[in-house]
Structures are given as structure tokens and as C-alpha cells.
Design a protein around this ligand. Structure first.
Ligand code: NAP
Length: 291
């Protein structure tokens, strides 16, 4: 039987509606959530991503503050910009679009983003809090979106065998931590994993975050398993994921498509993180005023 298709667009629309209602409420309390975006260099894909994120913000009532300091900006100048946004009360989230040009070091710049405004969840401070299972961690948008999709599809994670393929700090690592936190038994795979197929065949849930077409094929999937495809690969046939969709959908119980699966969730979770940081910062300001 063909798998249930998990509709990321529909779930993302629900998240956006929820965020829009929260923004309305915050505005009524005198706080307009604000997201600062920083775009450096002339990578066309990055420019499109940032534009879409700003459009998403406008749609739900989040104010956006866009900065495009130019491709030759120095590390010190960019650091100053980040510090000024950390101090700006109108800004509740800061998004430094990656990748940065070669002369800039993201390992130096990302940790400068205030933990409270780190809506991408990429600072070591938030990664550490997530690793410790602490609720206050801001979680990177893609893994947070995957967890929403799994919840929406009614996937029982407690005691389930989950395989995560890919170990980036943006997707694979935080996702494995979240699945562990949801009491799944997690196996973490990467380019050196031996016999990936055998590992995957044991899994109730497979998440592929690799960036390589056809990494997961039907013979690697146990009947009824849930398959989440994070990958985005541009081919002559358009955008495809890491999962061989047509073959795997005949075997899986549920599967996300590409496009229309994880991608829309990543965008929606950025809005959700921004409204969350706005709420947290507004709460702190209010209690400081009361003291
Ligand atoms: P990344 O930093 O390049 O990491 C890729 C991971 O895949 C690495 O851990 C690598 O292992 C592993 N890998 C490579 N070849 C493999 C193989 N043959 N078998 C098993 N594992 C293998 O990529 P990323 O940033 O995590 O992104 C992964 C994919 O997700 C990309 O296609 C990206 O475009 C996509 N993505 C999509 C969204 C979205 O919203 N839909 C968001 C973020 C990323 P090693 O660590 O051993 O090198």
C-alpha cells in the first residue's frame, strides 16, 4: 500500500496561523516582534532565502530589519553590527544568513549573537542547552520542523527505533538530540557508516539529511516505516530530496515529499522561534519595569 504523504505545506500553514495569532496578541500588549536579517555577499540562493523569510515575516505581522553590509565587510564591522542588533530592543531575533564569504569566520561570528535572539539555534550556547535537554534551548528551525511533522502525523516516538542520516550542526545533530529527548532509540549515521541499508532496515523512523540524491532507496526501508526527507538536491528534473520517493512510498507507512515536506516547515519554524523570543524578551522587560 502506498504511504501516507505528510503534507509539510499544510502543517506549515497551521504553524503560521498560530504564529499570526500570537503576534496579534503580542502587538495588543505593545510588543511588535522583530526579526533582523543579515545578508553578506552576492550568493543568489541566499538572497532568495532571505527575501522569502522577510516576506513570511510580513505575512504574519513580524517586523523585519534587513541589513546588507556588502561583500567586503570586515569581520570587525560585522561583529559590531551583530552587537548593535543584540542591544536593539525592537529586534527579538537575529538571522545571519549562511554561508558567509570566505574572509569571514562563522565560528567567530555566530557565537556573538545573543543566545536570547538566536532564532536559528546555531550558537554554542543554545546547542549546549539542547544537548542537556533544557526547555529554554532555541532549536534550529529544520529539526524543529521535522519534530512538528512527526507529531502532526501522529508518529509514536517513545521506544521507536530512529535512524538519522547526516550529522551537521544545522540539522542532523540537533535532530538526533530531539529524537532522543522524545525517547526514541536513536542511531546516528554519516558518510563512514558501514552498511547504511542494514541500519536503516531496522528503523521505525528514518530521517535523511545528507544532500545526495537516492541515498535512501526502497530496499533500505522496512514496511510501514516513516521516512522524512530533509535533503534538497537540484537536478535537471527539478528539486529532489535524498530519498528515492517513488520507490520508497510503496514501502513506507508515511513519507514527506520534496518539495512540499520539510522545506515549508523550516520557514514556518523561524517565525515560531521569533515570536517565542519576542514573548520571552517582553516578559523580562515587564518584570524589570515592575522591580
Ligand atoms: P551537510 O552539512 O553537508 O551534512 C551532510 C551530512 O551527510 C554529513 O554529516 C555527511 O557525513 C553525511 N553524508 C554524506 N554522504 C553520505 C553518505 N553517502 N551516506 C551517509 N551519510 C552521508 O548538510 P546539511 O546542512 O545537514 O544539509 C543536508 C541536506 O539537507 C542538504 O541537501 C541541504 O540542502 C538540506 N537542507 C534542507 C533544509 C530544508 O529546509 N529542507 C534545511 C537545511 C538543509 P560526514 O559528517 O561523515 O561528512
Amino acid at each position: 500500500m502506498a504511504a501516507e504523504i505528510i503534507d509539510g505545506k499544510a502543517v506549515a500553514a497551521e504553524v503560521r496561523d498560530r504564529v499570526a495569532r500570537e503576534v496579534e496578541q503580542l502587538c495588543a500588549e505593545g510588543v511588535t516582534p522583530g526579526l533582523a536579517t543579515i545578508l553578506v555577499g552576492d550568493d543568489p540562493a541566499s538572497a532568495v532565502y532571505v527575501r522569502m523569510k522577510r516576506e513570511d515575516c510580513a505575512q504574519v505581522g513580524i517586523e523585519s530589519f534587513h541589513h546588507e553590509p556588502g561583500g567586503d565587510v570586515s569581520q570587525e564591522q560585522l561583529a559590531e553590527l551583530i552587537e548593535s542588533l543584540n542591544a536593539d530592543e525592537r529586534v527579538h531575533g537575529i538571522l545571519l544568513q549562511l554561508p558567509l564569504p570566505d574572509h569571514l569566520d562563522q565560528d567567530v561570528l555566530i557565537p556573538l549573537i545573543s543566545r536570547d535572539k538566536d532564532v536559528d539555534g546555531l550558537t554554542p550556547a543554545n546547542a549546549g542547552l539542547l544537548a542537556q535537554g533544557r526547555d529554554e534551548a532555541l532549536v534550529p528551525c529544520t529539526p524543529a520542523g521535522v519534530m512538528e511533522l512527526l507529531a502532526h502525523a501522529g508518529v509514536e516516538l517513545e521506544g521507536a527505533r530512529a535512524v538519522v542520516i547526516g550529522r551537521s550542526i544545522l540539522v542532523g545533530k540537533p535532530l538526533a538530540t530531539l529524537l532522543l529527548g522524545a525517547n526514541a532509540t536513536v542511531t546516528h549515521c554519516h558518510s563512514r557508516t558501514r552498511d547504511l541499508g542494514a541500519v536503516c532496515r531496522e528503523a521505525d523512523v528514518i530521517v535523511a539529511a545528507v544532500g545526495r540524491q537516492s541515498t535512501v532507496t526502497a530496499d533500505m526501508v522496512r514496511e510501514g516505516a516513516v521516512v522524512i526527507d530533509v535533503g534538497t538536491n537540484r537536478t535537471d528534473d527539478g528539486l529532489v530530496g535524498d530519498v528515492d520517493f517513488d520507490g520508497v512510498r510503496e514501502q513506507a507507512g508515511a513519507i514527506t515529499p520534496v518539495p512540499g515536506g520539510v522545506g515549508p516547515m523550516t520557514r514556518a519554524m523561524l517565525l515560531a522561534n521569533t515570536v517565542r523570543t519576542a514573548r520571552a524578551q517582553a516578559g523580562r522587560t515587564a518584570s524589570a519595569v515592575r522591580q
